[in-house]
Ligand binder design. Structure first.
Ligand SMILES: Cc1cc2nc3c(=O)[nH]c(=O)nc-3n(C[C@H](O)[C@H](O)[C@H](O)COP(=O)(O)O)c2cc1C
Length: 144
């Protein structure tokens, strides 16, 4: 089995997006991610996105290339990319949550690069991933 790869980026909405804009976007994203076997989560708050993608490197890069072409956002900035030991969002072809500004800010400013990439537990060595998982688990009941 090909090794797993993770990519996390942040971006700014290029215009205000309402619930139906997000639903259309997510429907499209989920179909594609399922075909590519890419999983992850997307958070949106205060006109900012943070998205976490996991899958094989080729699949994640193909999806990210598509994401960079979307008109709904701009100023994409990669926060982390690299090897991943195990999927964290196995069940989510793209989980979604509205997030408070404070959470999106914390995630975009967190350290994502792992101090000890040789450790098996990615979460324990990446404060950004730890924060994302904590938020996601608190949100157990999901809006979309
Ligand atoms: C914040 C954001 C996240 C996205 N996530 C994904 C994704 O996970 N997978 C995917 O295939 N496309 C993703 N897309 C692309 C959309 O599914 C869709 O192709 C795009 O929004 C179409 O935009 P257009 O108006 O430029 O045609 C994403 C787009 C945005 C803005």
């Amino acid at each position: 089995m090909a090794p797993l790869h993770v990519l996390v980026y942040q971006s700014q909405a290029s215009r205000p997006l309402d619930a139906s804009d997000l639903d259309i976007l997510l429907l499209d994203a989920r179909i594609n991610n399922e075909l590519a076997n890419v999983t992850g989560v997307l958070l949106y708050g205060d006109h900012q996105f943070v998205q976490y993608l996991e899958g094989t490197r080729a699949d994640v890069e193909q999806i990210y290339a598509r994401i960079t072409r979307a008109s709904q956002h701009q100023r994409l900035e990669i926060l982390e990319q690299g090897r991943l030991e195990a999927r964290r969002f196995q069940r989510w072809h793209m989980g979604f949550s509205d997030a408070p500004q404070s959470v999106v800010q914390q995630l975009s400013q967190a350290q994502w690069q792992r101090d000890a990439p040789w450790l098996e537990d990615d979460a324990a060595s990446s404060p950004g991933l730890m924060r994302l998982l904590a938020f996601w688990n608190e949100q157990a009941i999901l809006s979309r």
